[in-house]
Design a protein around this ligand. Structure first.
Ligand code: M6R
Length: 593
């Protein structure tokens, strides 16, 4: 979602802001803007559109002592010039960019209107900047005015703020939306994540909730709304490098990330299994054994990985529930006495999950977060964290993170069972993945055959159904083709009405228990003219199958089948000429509810 950058006194200020925003493009956005401050004058450039458009708008040579930049993913008001950030207060004293949503902005807006403030945009952000000015005009310092303002805000925010009379300082504040400070050789930086700063800063500080303060070239001041919580901050290094975020010769991040899958499985095994021992925290394993219920919470692709996780742990006798986080957040149903919550999130910043975590904290139950992002809000909020080690995932469509999530859940199950043979099973998976990658041209042919259809259907049973749901999400996300997934047996209960001549039906078959039943469902749709593409495996293959994956243990079959699904979507999107890594309307990290 929205992205923020800012820095002071940097010679290459324009480059940092523009390139920084470009590196945040993956988060999803529809407008962009920057403000530069020079000798008490703030100049703002903003528009609906892409960073390339903003680059054309900002003069090649900019003289300024500090600057902030923003990519906006519209929440309040359509993407247009007026709603784009930065926003400036009525008297021009403060200019800011905001990532998040202010729930009580209407009440605050009314209060400011009674004080004579006027508003040009539909945004909640314009309320924040004017509220700061309102408090400042009452005689507070800018820092106190910011403190007073954020005390009044309900919702989420990461803010970077310029004050007209302090040209070499950027104020900031944060609640539930990510913000990182970078320390370079000569100055400090602000950004929504590490990416914009990797080429400039050596060490980093992840701003935590309720913190606010300012950065200068040589100084950083970090305050907390609760003064008891104020402590000296420490900067850390990151394992990410500029190389990690390059395309490395690939045309798209999505393709690169799909093809990193074998390496991702290997890394998971290396990090959690060594010398015939699992490396999971014994206390965590004990808590999982003692829990009378495992409750999985996640969204999107991570939810689909959680569906697989539920089957894994039910199979070994645990009672499990799996909820879409945005539903659980409002209808938290917990039946057991002693549940353990498992939150799964690539980004670790998903707002729906953060809301759930607040409920879990109130209940006092143990919380395990499975995330790709060390230091993320969910990592910090949990009792136990298992990192995915998938490496930075930049394409909006999640691919390798799903692989890591399912792989990690399989390892965790093996640890609870004491099944050390899993390594052998993983080796088979890695070989299978490489085999599929080598045969990707065959999958491209399938993609070309389905890409012109207005609708596509995915079928499976058991774990194959879980893959079907993920396959369907991936297809709609990046090709904009309408698609749905059903358990094979459910078709006759209604959805078969949608099957007509030439409708593509893509079926996954990995499990001998349900293979025959699914094949008979496929006969039913073929009889109605559907074009059936069966993705089976060597053990269950039939002559007309569209693609055959190598054999792996059935419980690990999603790790292979999903790669086929990802390729189908990727190649269909490629031939449809879609913006594969940045599909319309989507954001990589969904930081608002
Ligand atoms: O970062 P998270 O795993 O919490 O994100 C959850 C979903 O927003 C995410 O998986 C989304 O569905 C992806 N775009 C799917 O490709």
């Amino acid at each position: 979602m929205c992205g923020i950058v800012g820095t002071i006194g940097e010679k290459a200020l324009r480059t940092y802001l523009i390139e920084g925003l470009r590196s945040l493009e993956y988060r999803g956005y529809d407008s962009a803007g920057t403000s530069f401050i020079d000798q008490g004058k703030v100049t703002t450039y903003r528009l609906p559109g892409r960073i390339a458009d903003l680059e054309g708008l900002v003069p090649k040579e900019v003289t300024a002592s500090a600057g902030i930049g923003h990519t906006r993913w519209a929440t309040h008001g359509e993407p247009n010039f007026t709603n784009a950030h930065p926003h400036t207060s009525n008297r021009g004293l403060f200019t800011l960019v905001h990532n998040g949503v202010i729930d009580n902005f209407r009440i605050l807006k009314r209060k400011l209107e009674t004080q004579g403030f006027t508003f040009a945009s539909d945004t909640d952000t314009e309320v924040i900047v004017n509220l700061i000015e309102f408090h400042y005009l009452k005689g507070l310092t800018p820092l106190k005015a910011i403190q007073k303002t954020i005390e009044e805000l309900d919702g989420s925010y990461a803010l970077a703020i310029l004050f007209k009379e302090e040209n070499e300082r950027i104020y900031f504040a944060k609640l539930h939306s990510p913000l990182v400070i970078g320390k370079g050789e000569t100055t400090h930086y602000l950004a929504s994540d590490y990416l914009p700063m990797l080429a400039y800063a050596k060490t980093f500080y992840i701003v935590t909730d309720y913190q606010y303060g300012y950065i200068e070239q040589q100084d950083v001041v970090v305050k907390h709304l609760d003064p008891q919580e104020e402590k000296p901050i420490t900067f850390h290094e990151t394992e990410l490098t500029v190389d990690d975020i390059g395309l490395n010769g690939y045309p798209h991040y999505m393709l690169k990330e799909i093809e990193e899958s074998p390496e991702v499985v290997k890394r998971i095994a290396d990090n959690y299994f060594d010398d015939n021992h699992f490396l999971f925290d014994d206390v965590l394993l004990q808590k999982m054994k003692e829990a009378d219920q495992l409750i999985f919470l996640a969204c999107g692709t991570s939810y689909h990985a959680a569906m697989v996780g539920r089957r894994y742990f039910e199979e070994i006798g645990k009672t499990c529930r799996v909820y879409i986080a945005s539903e659980f957040a409002y209808y938290p149903e917990v039946k057991g006495e002693n549940p353990l919550f498992i939150v799964i999130s690539q980004s670790g910043e998903t707002a729906d999950l953060i809301r759930c975590v607040q409920l879990i904290k109130q209940r006092g139950n143990p919380l395990l977060t499975i995330t790709n992002t060390k230091g993320s809000s969910l990592d910090r909020a949990s009792d136990f964290t298992l990192l995915l080690y998938a490496g930075m995932e930049i394409a909006v469509a999640s691919t390798k993170a799903y692989i890591a999530q399912v792989g990690l859940l399989a390892l965790l199950r093996a640890a609870l069972m004491g099944n050390n043979d899993i390594l052998t099973d993983f080796i088979q998976v890695i070989a299978g993945m490489k085999n599929i990658i080598d045969s990707r041209d065959d999958i491209e042919t399938i993609a070309q055959q389905i890409m012109s259809a207005p609708s596509a259907f995915f079928l499976g049973r058991g774990l194959d159904y879980d893959v079907a749901v993920e396959a369907s999400l991936k297809l709609k996300e990046i090709t904009y083709i309408h698609s749905e997934a059903f358990p094979g047996g459910e078709l006759k209960h209604g959805p078969i009405a949608l099957i007509s001549k030439n409708v593509p039906v893509i079926a996954f078959i990995s499990d001998p228990i349900t293979a025959a039943a699914l094949r008979s469902n496929l006969e039913e749709v073929k009889a109605r003219g559907a074009l059936v593409y069966t993705i089976s495996n060597l053990a269950l293959a039939k002559e007309d199958d569209a693609f055959i994956t190598p054999n792996v243990k059935v419980y690990l079959s999603p790790l292979l089948k999903v790669i086929v699904a990802q390729y189908i979507s990727y190649f269909a999107a490629l031939h449809l000429n879609r913006d594969i890594d940045k599909p319309r309307n989507l954001a990589k990290s969904v930081t608002v509810e």
